[in-house]
Design a protein around this ligand. Sequence first.
Ligand code: PLP
Length: 231
Amino acid sequence: MQPNLAERLQAIHQRIDEAAKANGRQSSEIELVVVTKNHGFELALELLELGESKFGENRDQEASAKAAQVAQGLSAGQHPPTWHFVGQLQSNKVKSMLGYSSVLHSLDRLSLLKELEKQLLKTPESTLDVFIELNLTDDPNRGGIEPKNLIEFAQQVLTVSQIRLLGVMGVAGLGLEPAADFATILKASEQLGTISESSKYISAGMSGDFETAIGFGATHLRIGTAITGNR
Ligand SMILES: *Cc1c(COP(=O)(O)O)cnc(C)c1O
């Protein structure tokens, strides 16, 4: 029999625990963001029942509808999940994203920062947690901030009082071995730590490489298909 959702989830938690242990880390310092993209809101409700509370999405249209459906489907007293936006975000979707999302993993360009600042100013009491996405390829036209430009960009992010800079994010293995990319991410994270002590978190690791990412300090894993199944 195929494992069901609860079994797949449990297996991933066990692998996270084992990888943490193997690397001398505590699994309590590693957050699991279950990427629920391409699945209906029912799956998110099931995951909530199973104790998960952080869900990742990469398309605004799908995410905004799903977040609303999940909010509707909560049982009495049940806490809503937090929604993490992990995909490339068009500037004209910023306003919508801020409506349901509390963490953005993919701040990848200055124009997006400007739009975030502008929209956040409309609700001065609101804040957004943000990771800066690194470009780990040799192609400067790909999304993300090149590691050599990270500090300069981070300094601009840190001037926006409604944004809390959590750290750096990367999608590994597009070109090289994932381990080389995770090493680059870790080095960038250490550099960022020298200008902002609180920006020490690392969003890295997906279904195929999260154990390696844990070895390179990942604190926020973004895992989809290994838990949710293919769709
Ligand atoms: C889809 C996606 C993931 C999850 O990928 P899986 O391989 O399904 O675990 C993680 N991060 C980003 C940015 C994604 O778009």
